[in-house]
Write a protein that binds this ligand. Structure first.
Ligand code: BGC
Length: 744
């Protein structure tokens, strides 16, 4: 539709039609016929006309459903305006990829883009127009269950991967075939709730907000994201749903965001519960005045905007602008010409997952695993040898199909490959045993899940039978691969926990197995970094496999048996214990840092009962290859505003296996007007090397990399010395120093 036609349409719409374009309802409002007389509509306080006029619907599933809903929506209307269908496509649609935190560990924007391309295609064919992804919240506290949805603790990595994801979903043009619009979330700083407790308040200084938390949202805006979702939390006292400074000043004016701003589910009504609005009418006013266009599943706008206009608190012209933004998005998606866009039942309901998509999933899943420890026991042989003739695969995740997160709504579990299936697919010439050993949950443990309740209903006798069988096979095997970890509903939205270890009953299984066989390789399944202290001391190898998705079992088998060398690097630190959290590598320099000299002294910044360092730091991850780094070489020592310095290292694979390595560049500002992080990631490159092969990796240092927000609110680099680190993780000692002189 031409812009003039769109404006013409807007001018003809009734007030009710306009306001309801700003209403988003969930799919259950449209199920069957009951929706129009009872149920969700009644409890929300909206009438039949609102349901019919609502501008968008979330969480409708599948091409058939969405085509039917769209037909119903357009039928018999004077002005048939297509509805937008939005959904939480978080790590894949039908083909489920590793959780975003695991995607972060690939340090590979190409792979992350590929994931988004497949997810976009499957979502578009299932009738979806907008995906509530990527989530770019910076995360520092593994107690928070939603760390699984973010790509990690680093602003630079998050920004690079946010851009790659958006490119994959939106392509050049959201109206194009198999493309969808993205909604970047949750603006802003949702990832730092007090105590890691879901929906808790967030207090962050302006400087930290600008330097650490906001860059990834800004990267999303710069990459052309069509929507932004505000977060549930208060930020420095004010709920984000009505945070005018953040939405209008920062997001819209400063960053120039022209797309749609949508509140999170029910968040507008929650302004009353927060105690910042007396009632829903005031909540509607505050939200609208702050710059929120679309109200997700409340009646605040629908039942109050018109009255607010009549009372001259809100201008109709402002409502028109919001409505126009909704219509514009629909138009960019091409919905006025084809309201069903790419909805395609034959693809969506194909009896099998598309094989190309499976192949991509298998490849990127292997890349997301992080090898945390290996004393040489991995990779395992595919044929019997002197040492290994029998392998026992033990643990509740050995034959488990639920290896996706709670956000995998459109996944059919039966299509997921378990570890056992993956190993059997390999057809190794070694005797293998498969035993669960225990349940994922402890005896009688009950989890109230998002989609269903999970209960361990096994009796004590049944559990001890499982355990005995596992111990028996462990005894007679040469190696035990122990697949343990967190149930997927331990993480995700509202999945905050104060204990972040391997569940105690599984740790107990580990101990019992260890008594009969010390050759243990642990596969750690989880949606968050775990406290792996005990395991790290006793196990011979640890592979962090997260919640790996559809091709999980095949990908794990590929890595265990050496078809792929693991190449993931941690996108989030693994704490030594929960008392260290929040813990992240890029903390500010303290006045009393712990060092070699004061290590035994008390009055420095330290714990007296634990190390300062995490168990496994950001950027860390082993490979079957072994990489040697040369010292850093610089082509100049002085940098100006107009020049660049090439810094390089030679990386050599001195091991016996081909492998990929993520070469990481960190910078530290020695003296600045405010305390600066001990180091910050500013670049990374993923390279593949054969045994004996070397590659020279070059990074360019320029002024832009040295900039930060200072106490005057300026984003600038300051003259002075900077340390440059290049190495395999955030704790590398490979260092050089340059001098930067501001010249313009
Ligand atoms: C979550 C959002 C999600 C929305 C819609 C909310 O509870 O916070 O991330 O997109 O629900 O499902």
């Amino acid at each position: 539709m031409q812009e003039s036609d769109l404006k013409d349409l807007l001018s003809k719409m009734s007030t009710s039609e306009k306001i309801n374009q700003l209403l988003q309802l969930s799919a259950n409002f449209y199920e069957g016929t009951a929706d129009l007389v009872s149920g969700p509509r009644q409890s929300l306080g909206i009438d039949e006309q609102d349901v019919k006029e609502a501008g968008s619907v979330l969480m409708a599933v599948g091409a058939r459903t969405i085509i039917d809903l769209q037909k119903r929506n357009l039928k018999d209307k004077v002005r048939p305006i297509p509805q937008l269908f939005m959904a939480d496509i978080i790590h894949g649609c039908r083909t489920i990829f590793p959780i975003p935190l695991a995607q972060g560990c690939t340090f590979n924007p190409k792979s992350v883009q590929e994931i988004a391309e497949v997810a976009a295609k499957e979502a578009a064919r299932a009738g979806v127009h907008v995906v509530f992804s990527p989530m770019v919240d910076l995360i520092r506290d593994p107690r928070w269950g939603r760390v699984m949805e973010s790509t990690g603790e680093d602003p630079f990595l998050n920004s690079v991967l946010a851009k790659a994801t958006i490119k994959g979903y939106q392509g050049e043009n959201i109206g194009g075939k198999d493309k969808v619009a993205v909604c970047v979330k949750h603006f802003a700083a949702y990832g730092s709730p007090l105590g890691g407790r879901e929906y808790g308040s967030v207090d962050i200084s302006e400087i930290e907000l600008q330097n650490a938390y906001l860059p990834a949202y800004k990267a999303g805006v710069d990459a052309g994201a069509k929507l932004i979702m505000t977060s549930f939390n208060t930020l420095n006292g004010l709920p984000m749903t009505c945070n005018k400074y953040m939405i209008s000043e920062i997001l819209k004016k400063k960053w120039g965001f022209e797309g749609l701003v949508i509140s999170d589910w029910g968040a507008m009504r929650e302004l009353v519960v927060h105690g910042v609005a007396a009632d829903k009418k005031e909540a509607a006013f505050l939200s609208f005045d702050s710059g929120i266009d679309v109200d997700m599943v409340t009646d605040c706008y629908t039942n109050n905007l018109e009255q607010l206009v009549n009372e001259e608190k809100i201008k109709m012209s402002e409502i028109d602008k919001s409505v126009y933004r909704v219509l514009k998005l629909k138009n960019e998606l091409g919905l006025f010409e084809n309201p069903f866009k790419d909805a395609d039942e034959t693809y969506d309901r194909a009896p099998q997952i598309n094989q190309v998509n499976r192949k991509i999933a298998r490849k990127v899943t292997t890349e997301s695993f992080v090898l945390l420890k290996n004393d040489g026991i991995l990779p395992l042989p595919k044929q019997m040898n002197e040492k290994i003739k029998k392998i026992a695969f033990i643990g509740p995740y050995v034959d488990e199909k639920e290896i996706c997160s709670a956000w995998a709504f459109f996944n059919n579990n039966t299509e997921n490959i378990t570890l056992k299936e993956g190993v059997l697919n390999k057809k190794v010439a070694i005797k293998t045993y498969f035993e669960p050993g225990c349940d994922r949950l402890a005896y009688r443990e009950k989890l109230v899940g998002m989609r269903k309740n999970h209960i361990n209903e096994l009796s004590k006798a049944e559990l001890s039978e499982l355990e005995n069988r596992a111990i028996e096979v462990a005894k007679k095997s040469d190696v035990v691969v122990l697949a343990i970890g967190e149930h997927y509903d331990y993480s995700g939205e509202a999945g905050s926990r104060t204990s972040i270890g391997i569940p105690e009953h599984q740790l107990e299984l580990f101990r019992k197995i260890y008594r009969v066989n010390t050759n243990i390789i642990v596969l750690s399944f989880s949606g968050r970094p775990l406290d792996l202290r005990e395991i790290s001391q006793k196990a011979r190898a640890i592979l962090q496999v997260w919640l790996p998705g559809t091709e999980g079992g095949n990908a794990i088998a590929d890595v265990l048996f050496g078809n792929h060398s693991p190449s993931g690097k941690l996108a989030m630190s693994f704490p030594y214990n929960v008392g260290q959290v929040p813990i992240y590598y890029n903390e500010l320099t303290t006045g009393r840092p712990i060092n070699e000299v004061n290590r035994e002294q008390r009055f420095c910044s330290r714990y007296i009962d634990a190390p300062n360092q995490p168990l496994y730091p950001f950027g860390f991850g082993l490979s079957y290859g072994q990489f040697d780094y040369s010292k850093i070489q610089l082509d100049a020592h002085e940098l100006t505003s107009d020049s660049k310095i090439d810094v390089k290292v030679v990386v050599t694979n001195v091991g016996n296996y081909t492998g990929q390595e993520v070469v990481q560049l960190y910078v530290h500002d020695q003296i600045a007007s405010i305390a600066r992080p001990v180091r910050e990631l500013k670049g990374f490159k993923k390279i593949a090397l054969q045994p004996g092969e070397s590659e020279t990796v070059v990074f360019q240092i320029e002024e832009e990399m040295l900039k930060f927000y200072n106490s005057k609110g300026k984003h600038e680099a300051e003259t002075g010395k900077f340390d440059i680190f290049i190495g395999p993780d955030s704790q590398t000692h490979n260092k050089e120093t340059i001098y930067f002189k501001k010249t313009s």
